[in-house]
Write a new protein. Structure first.
Length: 197
């Protein structure tokens, strides 16, 4: 894990480039509460919020490695669809890190690909790319890399439902919460990482 000082420096650099706290959190795989602490308090003796930094750069730099994760996620999706006795029409990749995973899952499962770009600061105001599949009337699985506070996933679910889709599953590489569902949608992860008190 990077040192607190390195994280503070990186968070401030990203803030100076115009990124919001939510965008910085997505980039560094930290909660917005932790980003706020890094930007305002730093290592002054005050304890930071409980958080776990997830880094998957070793995987993300090679398409083949992303493909291996997509294979595992595809298998989990098939398992969940059998358990729920349902199917899925479309995989929704959450920008930015969910997109390469969703693309390969779409290929693996032979289903449509949709892309969702969450608004960095406001819940339920993201956008679906018109260059990819629509979601209206579709049963969808949502794919992202890390679930921290759940804000992005909740926004994605809200926007999917607003656009007439039925989210049947959310799949992430790492879940930093104890939750097995989010807003009524089953949640599966390859890894669950959380602090123990």
């Amino acid at each position: 894990m990077k040192s607190i000082n390195a994280l503070i420096k990186k968070a401030k650099e990203l803030k100076e480039k115009g990124m919001s706290e939510a965008e910085i959190g997505n980039e560094l795989h930290l909660s917005t509460e932790t980003i706020n602490w890094l930007l305002t308090h730093g290592p002054t003796g005050e304890q930071p919020p409980a958080d776990v930094k997830i880094g998957w750069r070793s995987i993300g730099v090679y398409g083949e490695r992303i493909g291996y994760l997509a294979e595992i996620m595809s298998d989990i999706i098939l398992e969940e669809m059998e358990k729920q006795n349902t199917d899925v029409d479309t995989v929704v990749g959450v920008s930015i890190n969910g997109i390469p995973l969703a693309t390969l899952i779409s290929e693996n499962l032979g289903i449509e690909l949709a892309i969702y770009r969450p608004h960095p600061d406001r819940k339920g105001t993201g956008a679906f790319s018109s260059n990819y599949a629509g979601v209206e009337g579709k049963k969808v699985v949502i794919v992202d890399d890390v679930l921290s506070s759940g804000t992005t996933m909740r926004s994605t679910i809200a926007d999917l439902e607003e656009n007439g889709a039925v989210p049947v599953l959310a799949v992430v590489i790492a879940n930093k919460t104890p939750n097995d569902e989010i807003d009524g949608v089953p949640l599966r992860a390859l890894i669950r990482a959380r602090t123990l008190i």
